[in-house]
Design a protein. Structure first.
Length: 280
């Protein structure tokens, strides 16, 4: 019986072709086939490095059928590589599913490390890098986004998000609404000619991109919940009373509402509406 091949998770450049590693080129040359999200996109990369290995499409819409086919080839002794359109496969793409199937089948999975948009933005952000949480793209439906953001509101870790340019302004405003106006950095066109880091807060970034139409893919780095949050979560006061107590202590109502929402992991709008109802 043939010994199973190896599944290589091969990182590719996120914008600058000079970030391709020697090992990545060698592995892509030696494997039996390369599973790619977008074969047209990957073919350009392979052509640049004179790699002639056959391509197989593997993406969100065909993974249910293509995954078992790739596992069968691996079990038959072929080694395969998986690439995403940019960066490390398996992060916000269907490579994760193939990895799970390979591990369940006893197939060796090996990383070929390289560029990552999330980590590149994090280390250049100037925000806390000691602990961080990768959230990727937010859900498409408003309800699921609210649920996810409510869960993230209490996290003390630096938060990492991906976002497309046409949604960046609304996403920044939504993050500010649910998390509070925290320190934030938007990384744009990372490793490319027009690479840019815009630093400020969620609301100031939203205003910036409202005035200057955004271009390119974005990675957002957002500061974690304030350090006083754990103690505040033990506060027995209901949210409306907690806001009143902060206002009585000299804090502006808007800031009091924001702080209570962040500390309790509640939508800011919900706290605001509750305060308004109590004042009627």
């Amino acid at each position: 019986m043939d010994r199973p091949g190896t599944l290589y998770l091969c990182a590719t450049p996120i914008g600058n072709l000079e970030d391709m590693t020697y090992r990545a080129v060698r592995v892509l040359q030696e494997v039996a086939a390369i599973a790619a999200e977008d074969t047209r996109h990957t073919r350009k990369l392979l052509s640049h490095f004179a790699i002639k290995t056959p391509l197989v499409s593997y993406h969100e819409h065909n993974k249910a059928d293509r995954g078992p086919e790739l596992i069968a080839r691996l079990l038959a002794g072929e080694s395969l590589a998986v690439v995403s359109d940019a960066g490390l496969p398996g992060i916000s793409d269907p490579g994760t599913d193939l990895v799970g199937q390979a591990i369940a089948a006893g197939i060796t999975v090996s990383p070929v490390p390289g560029p990552s948009a999330a980590l590149s933005a994090l280390v250049c952000s100037g925000l806390d890098t000691r602990t961080f949480l990768f959230a990727g793209f937010l859900p498409k439906t408003a309800k699921r986004r609210r649920e996810v953001l409510a869960g993230l509101a209490r996290e003390p870790h630096t938060l990492l998000f991906y976002e497309a340019p046409h949604r960046i302004e609304s996403t920044l405003a939504e993050l500010a609404e649910h998390l509070g106006d925290r320190p934030a950095v938007a990384g744009r066109e990372l490793t490319k000619k027009f690479e840019e880091f815009v630093r400020g807060t969620l609301l100031s970034l939203a205003e910036r991109f409202k005035a200057v139409p955004p271009r390119g893919e974005f990675t957002l780095v957002v500061g974690g919940a304030a350090g006083e949050a754990p103690a505040a979560r033990d506060n027995p006061l209901p949210p409306v009373e907690a806001v009143a107590a902060l206002v009585a202590g000299g804090l502006a109502k808007k800031e009091a509402i924001r702080r209570v929402a962040v500390e309790r992991g509640l939508p800011r709008r919900a706290v605001y509406q509750a305060v308004l109802a109590a004042e009627e």
